[in-house]
Design a protein around this ligand. Sequence first.
Ligand SMILES: Cc1cc2nc3c(=O)[nH]c(=O)nc-3n(C[C@H](O)[C@H](O)[C@H](O)COP(=O)(O)O)c2cc1C
Length: 161
Amino acid sequence: MKTIILYASKYGSTEECAKMLTEALEGIEESIELVKLTGKENVDLTGYSTVIIGGPVYMGKLKEEVKIFCTQHAEELKTKNLGLFTCGMREGEEALSQLDAVFPQELVKHAKVKDHFGGEFVFQKMNFLEKLIIKAVAKAKDDSSTISPSRIQGYARRIKN
Ligand SMILES: Cc1cc2nc3c(=O)[nH]c(=O)nc-3n(C[C@H](O)[C@H](O)[C@H](O)COP(=O)(O)O)c2cc1C
């Protein structure tokens, strides 16, 4: 039984979550592959029984590479034990509805496990416009992280059950 985790990340927090999920799965699953989507890779999903796809949300949209991958592989993904996750600064029910809205509906319906792992604001990594948006919209001034290791651990257990 093999698992693949595919993700995209602009500033690194989704990457960090994908690595934490890989570590959490290492005790449960015999083979796990971690792939960063760039939009140019050719990923062959044959042989993977579990596929987990994650991406950050920017301005209410899933990072483009993740969206493209999901759309291009939708039919095959519907034959897999599928997990979806998002990273972002929305919280609670709002974050879960956001996940349902950003991934293709057919995959949202098929997914066995869906969750939001939290996110980070790191002002040093943002460009000028992003800083302005975050200060104005999110009213945030300082760096913060809402990444939840316990949600990631729970996700690892649920996807393999
Ligand atoms: C310009 C901008 C827009 C954002 N829009 C959203 C959003 O719509 N929803 C959300 O939950 N988080 C939003 N965020 C927070 C990011 O999703 C969060 O910083 C995430 O951890 C980024 O992931 P990455 O480091 O993997 O790129 C936004 C952040 C920035 C800088």
